[in-house]
Design a protein around this ligand. Structure first.
Ligand code: TPP
Ligand code: MG
Length: 358
């Protein structure tokens, strides 16, 4: 590692834009694993297109697209083991899919119907204890201190789980991020802070987010390693996260990983990015497409083909359509469910409101 890389000022790449290996991939990165990651990246993109298509039809509530961030999302989740706890934001549906959450469960959630286990609460987020995915709170970075607390509890219980927190560039400006990372550094808690720097926090560009040169460099102030990787390079993301996860599991403490990437689509289905960023900027990042890069590498090595991708896409679209139809025909939540699962016993003024609504 160069001194810049060590200081969190580098830009670690393993697969360059032409799909040529220029760095040292983690030894566990086999061809088989790469192909599985590619499959999940393609699925992420198809899922994204599907959600953006059905949303205007009134079929699903608000959706936060992931196009452009597939390598960051899939590379990171593959670095964890199924026992590790994930703390995704509203954007990481591909992470849940890669963890094995069935599409039907995700669609019930998107439709907020009567089979949505979270009963319409925090609608853009997903969580389920069975998959060790902790549902977030609407406020960005709020889950970082929660993850540190859970990590401390798990150390006290002599468990070996790792707590993997997803954050955006914007979330690093919140106090919770700094409190969490400071505490994690002091107590060497098994946490990975994974920041996808997708250049924008809604309409706020990275240049207005911080005066720091990078996000990874902030790690130095907390006495922990910080590494900045090409977030559109699935090999680099996996390799850096794998190292961070191993460090955490071996009780060597937390790591801050910054994945430099780009949100190709709108912030959410309620946003119009043409109002704050240029077409040239978007076109520039389109050239760095993370899916195209790994596709090139795999195809050149005889591990992937156009036909394979076409078949995968068609099959996955079929599953998507079935899951959507199932969610659509499931009855809606009853209106009074809004009063459930917030208080253990309903305060009198809410009880009155519920009676009135009933
Ligand atoms: C504490 C807090 N402030 C403001 C918001 C409104 N908000 C929702 S998403 C978002 C942008 C977050 O940007 P970033 O952390 O970069 O994540 P990205 O959406 O780019 O993935 C903001 C400001 C919020 N949810 N929470
Ligand atoms: Mg962002």
């Amino acid at each position: 590692m160069s001194s810049d890389e060590e200081a969190g000022l580098g830009f670690v790449q393993i697969l360059n834009h032409e799909g040529v290996v220029v760095g040292e991939p983690d030894p566990t990165l086999t061809n088989d694993l790469l192909v599985r990651m590619m499959q999940d990246m393609v699925k992420a993109r198809v899922f994204d297109e599907w959600m953006l298509k059905i949303h205007p039809l009134g079929m699903a509530s608000r959706y936060a697209p992931c196009e452009g961030q597939e390598a960051s999302m899939i590379g990171s989740v593959y670095s964890t083991s199924s026992n590790d706890w994930l703390f995704p934001t509203y954007r990481e549906y591909p992470v849940a899919l890669a963890r094995g959450v069935p599409l039907t469960e995700i669609m019930h959630r998107m439709f907020a119907n009567s089979k949505d286990p979270l009963k319409g609460h925090e609608i853009t987020l997903f969580g389920d204890r069975r998959y060790r995915i902790v549902i977030g709170a609407g406020g960005v970075s709020l889950m970082a201190p929660v993850a540190v607390g859970m990590a401390m509890a798990s150390v006290m219980k002599s468990e070996r789980d790792v707590f993997f927190v997803y954050l955006g560039d914007g979330a690093t400006s919140k106090g919770d991020f700094h409190e969490a990372i400071n505490w994690a550094g002091v107590f060497k808690t098994p946490v990975v802070f994974f920041v996808q720097n997708n250049q924008w926090a809604i309409s706020v560009p990275f240049s207005r987010q911080t005066a720091s040169q990078t996000i990874a460099v902030k790690a130095k102030a907390y006495g922990i390693p910080g590494v900045r990787v090409d977030g559109n390079d699935v090999m680099a993301v996996y390799t850096a996260c794998r190292k961070a996860v191993d460090r955490a599991r071996n009780r060597q403490g937390p790591t801050l990983v910054e994945a430099v990437t780009y949100r190709m689509g709108p912030h959410t289905t309620a946003d119009d990015p043409t109002r704050y960023r240029s077409e040239e900027e978007v076109a520039e990042w389109r050239r760095r497409d993370p899916v195209k890069r790994i596709r090139n590498y795999l195809s050149r090595n005889g591990l992937w083909s156009e036909n394979l991708e076409k078949q995968l896409t068609e099959d996955f679209k079929k599953t998507l359509r079935q899951a959507t139809e199932e969610a659509e025909k499931t009855p809606p939540l009853k209106p009074t469910s809004i009063f459930e699962d917030v208080y253990s016993s309903l305060p009198w003024h809410l009880a009155e409101e519920m009676d009135e609504l009933s």
